[in-house]
Every structure is written in structure tokens, then in C-alpha cells.
Design a protein around this ligand. Sequence first.
Ligand SMILES: *Cc1c(COP(=O)(O)O)cnc(C)c1O
Length: 396
Amino acid sequence: MIYADNAATTKMSKAVIAEMLPYMEEVYGNPSSLYAFGQEAKEALEEARADIAACIGAEPKEIIFTSGGSEADNQAIFSAAHLGAKKGKKHIISTAFEHHAVLHTLEKLKKEGFEIELLDVHKNGIVTAEEVKEAIREDTCLVTIMYANNEIGTIEPIKEIGAVCREKGVLFHTDAVQAAGHLKINVKEQNIDMLSLSAHKFHGPKGIGVLYAKKGIILENLINGGGQERGKRAGTENLPAIKGMAKALKDACSNIDQYSARLTPLRDRLIEGLNKIPYSELNGDREKRLPGNVNFCFEGIEGESLLLLLDDKGICASSGSACTSGSLDPSHVLLAIGRPHEVAHGSLRLSIGEDITEKEIDYIITAVSEVIAYLRSISPFWRDLENGKRPHVFAE
Ligand SMILES: *Cc1c(COP(=O)(O)O)cnc(C)c1O
């Protein structure tokens, strides 16, 4: 099997599992307990917090552990919105191609009376700091823009957007779930006030993440109860997962240049190979994209059929369209970059990991080319395109 769906989740590394085991088998005390055994767990917890802070240029006090990226996004956005509302500021700026953890939180805030402005994303999948600057108003309380997009892998100009927000005195949150462990992050240098990350996207365990909030930002609780996480997130800390996340992030950050140097040429080989398929186009900027992300639209193809046939050939991939989740709507990300519905339905995301080989890349290229040729040969829609009854969207 070739696993090419690392944007959905990653395999835990052996080193991460080894790091976690002692916190299940031996140091299983509750970090809130006062006896020495509990305090041993507490020390391990604070060590993990310091490690994670160091990886992103933050201070340990600025790190809150959450159940993952979704919770961190929710907490950041609700906190900033409600802080703003107290000062009469109820305008929030984001983009049309955010993850649903952000978009659905913003929809809730809209029902509470906030005004949500979703900026258009350019065809290359990037928004500019200039556009953010122009959108900021007197009553803007939050700008939330993702670091890297989970479907098309494009990387946003985070430092520049952060600078604009600083200049205007507006809080800036970034969903960095796809970036953490894959790209360098320094919250201070990049002018980031709040940031979300999730361990299972960089070879850590599922169900654990981090919200970084700059000193002085008052967070609102989503989970009420005990006084863990300095009163900002109740619930006994998941110490094995937290230690696993810290190990995974440390390993990823110390290896980030090699990771990128190894993966980028493999990504580019895959892009070159798939570009040879007629009537296809890469989604998102050719250069400003994650080292492991390849995303294409193919004319005359249904994403689901493509995935099922690739599965038969032992390839795990993903498609933008969400039919499997009960909706026939194509991906909001592909629509946001201006893809028409009929090609947005025929998308394929391959998110490769560092273990992939050149031989496997070539196997994927062959498999995708064959499956597409087959699906087109049996598609009445494709016949219409070939007969000229419908216009082609892409050049050959
Ligand atoms: C995966 C993902 C999330 C959600 O993270 P979970 O830890 O699975 O809740 C949020 N944002 C982006 C961009 C993601 O890729």
C-alpha cells in the first residue's frame, strides 16, 4: 500500500510511541496530585510545554493543550470575538477557503450578531497582506487566516499579514495545523497572536493539539471544570499524548530542512508526471505550496470513482468533493479558487510523506494516468467534451 493521504493524518513514528509508553505504564499519576508521584507527571507535562514553546518561538506560558486542531481553532476564535464584542468590535476577517473548524465557528458567531467577511482567494490559492489591510476596519476584532491550506497546500504570507494586523491593532489567529512540523514557525518573528496546531498531522498521536495565545490575551473556556491549563481548559491532561506530541514536534522541527529538501523534488516529479495527463491542471501555486502536497483537477472525472479505483491499486488518496460525507457539493476550497463545479468534482489530493520513494511516485503517476484514461473511456460526459457538445475547461 502507498499512503498518500498525510494531510488527513499521519502514521505515528516509533520514537513517538516509545516516548509515550512510560507515561502509560509507569508515570501514570495525575499532574494535579500533590504527592511526589503526581508531581513527576506534572514535571513531564511542563517539560513538554517548554519543548513545544521552543519549537514555535513562544513562551511555555503561552501554550494551552487542547484535544486537537479543531478545539484550538474554536477557542481562539470565540475568545478573540468575545473580547472584541466587549469593546463594541464585531467585524471578523477570514478567507473563503479555511478549514471547517474555522468556517463553522465563524457561522456560529454570525448567528450571535458578528459580521463575518470572507476574503476572496486568488486563483493560485493565496491572499495578500495588502488585501487584508484594505479589509480591516475600526470595528475589526480578529483576522483569522490559515498558514497552509489542507487541500491545495498553498502557503499564505503569514508574517506580512501579521504585520498588518499589528499595525492596525487587530488580533491575528492562524490555523497552522498543516504547517506545524512541515514549515518553520516562529510566532514572534511572524507577528502571530494566536496559533492552532494538531499532533496527528506531524506523526504524533490523534486527539491532542495546542493553542498558542500571546501573553496578555484572555482566553475563554470552552471546557469548564477543574483548574488545569491555568484555568483555561479543564480536564485531566492527556500526558502520554502530550509527551508524544512534544517528541513529534521536536523531531520534525530539528529535521525540517532535510524533510523539505527530500520531499520537494519528489513532489515536483509527481506534479510533472500528472501534468502530462490531458485536460488536467494543478490546483494552487506551483512554488508556494507544502513540500508534500499535490492537488489536481481532471476534466470529465468523478473524484469518488477515481479514489475507489486507486484504492484497488493500493493507493490511499483523497478528493476535494465531499460525497462520502453525505453532501454532493464540491470542495469549498476549489470553488474559492475559482474552479467551476464540473472540474471541482474531479479533483485528487496526494499528500506524500517522507518515506515515499521515487519508484512509488512513478507507480502513482502510472496508476492515476491509467485510471483516468479508463474512467474517461466509459464517461458519457467525457464523450460530450470530445464531440464538442460541451466546451473544455482546460487546455489539452
Ligand atoms: C486537520 C485539520 C484541522 C483539525 O484538526 P484536528 O486535530 O483533527 O481537530 C484543522 N485545520 C486544518 C487546516 C487541518 O488540516
